[in-house]
Each structure stands twice: as C-alpha cells, then as structure tokens.
Design a binder for this molecule. Structure first.
Ligand code: RB5
Length: 144
C-alpha cells in the first residue's frame, strides 16, 4: 500500500481528515503528521516532518493544506527534494504532475469545496510525469 504524507494547520484540518478518508477508500495509506485538531497552530511544525518523509522515500508523495495553501507550500518547498504545487483546480494538478513532477499536492482549504478537492486529487493521481524537457527543467530547480 502506498503511503501518503498528510499535513495541515488548523485551517486545513477538516479537509485533511476528509482527504485521508478519500485516499483510504482508494487503497492508499495516509500518514498523518498533524495537526490533530482545529486549535490554532503553526503550519511549519507539521509541514517539515511531512516533507522529510517524502524526501526520504518513507511516503510516496504528500497532500498538504492550510487556509490559503501559501504558507505550507512555502515551507515544504524549502526542502531541496520537494516540489510542492498549490492547486485550486484540476487542470493545475494535472500539469503539476505532468510538467513539474510535483511530489506534494497543496490545497487552499478555505478556497475549495470538498467536492473540488476530490477532483483536484483525482487529477493529480491520474496524471503522469512527461519527462524529457520537463526533467531537464526540474533538475535545475535545487539551489546550489
Ligand atoms: C491561518 O489563519 C492561515 O494564516 C494559514 O492557514 C495559511 O493560510 C497561511 O498561509
């Protein structure tokens, strides 16, 4: 069973719980790095452990969220091995995999419905990285 790293702050907590169940139903194993309630908290506390699990290969990929998605995405992308993509519609999620081989899908929890979030996840899961010129480009992303 493929493991999927989940992390959110309080603003993303409900959507995280929803998507963990959604992924379980699809045969994935969610690994929940927190937060574990709607009590106000700081997204980096949960984003860094999730990013490390994906970087180390302990999780195949990640799904993370905060209110806007921006703060958690910024944190995740501080990790050299992470390509976290903020997606608010399915086409962005498809392209994030096809062109950027995004290894963490990030959602803006306060700006997408659960139905839209499901569609975004489906788009990410069904897309394939295209390689070629896109591989050359992502090879140049890490800062020296
Ligand atoms: C929390 O209120 C909010 O600031 C956070 O979820 C996120 O949107 C930050 O980028």
């Amino acid at each position: 069973m493929e493991k999927v790293a989940f992390a959110s702050d309080h603003a993303g907590y409900e959507l995280k719980k929803h998507l963990e169940e959604y992924m379980k139903a699809k045969g994935y194993e969610p690994v929940d790095f927190g937060t574990h309630s709607e009590e106000s908290c700081d997204y980096p506390d949960y984003a860094h452990p999730a990013a490390e699990a994906v970087e180390k290969g302990e999780c195949a990929f990640g799904i993370c969220m905060c209110g806007t998605g921006n703060g958690i995405q910024m944190t995740l992308n501080k990790h050299q091995g992470i390509r976290a993509a903020l997606c608010w519609e399915p086409a962005l999620a498809s392209l994030a995999k096809e062109h950027n081989n995004a290894n963490i899908l990030v959602l803006p929890a306060r700006f997408v419905s659960t139905e839209m979030a499901d569609k975004i996840v489906d788009a990410y899961l069904s897309a394939q990285f295209e390689g070629g010129r896109h591989q050359r480009r992502i090879d140049k992303i890490p800062a020296k």
